[in-house]
Design a protein around this ligand. Sequence first.
Ligand code: FE2
Ligand code: FE2
Length: 142
Amino acid sequence: MASNRIVSWGNDKIEWSDDLLLQIEPEDEDHREMFALMNRIFTTARLGADLVTQAAGDLCLFTREHFIREQRDMERAGYPGRDAHRYDHEYLIFQLDALIERLMVSGPDYVADELVDLLKRWLCDHILTFDAAYAEFLRERG
Ligand SMILES: [Fe+2]
Ligand SMILES: [Fe+2]
């Protein structure tokens, strides 16, 4: 499965798309940063497992901070969908934690496909559904 190793992906990084913009700050800025951190996992892959694990840890840390910030803002705004949104955050963190644990045990080569797939789905789907619905609520409220 050598062709599926992170190290061979080259330019196959997760690209930011402006379709993901919610036109709300600091949301958009945070999401961009999360993409940058995801891409660092891939750019550090050829430099060894330690750096990949560190990059994954940085992504995890920033993501937790982002989710806490977002949940606090939803709470303040009285957003009715905040509980479901928070559950999705918790599920995402659970998935990311499990993946990082496996990264640490097995090394980056073994979770390459799963990692890119999870990261893409993980962040893009969440932004396009849960975060977009929250942004819509804020816009409607004015
Ligand atoms: Fe969110
Ligand atoms: Fe978000």
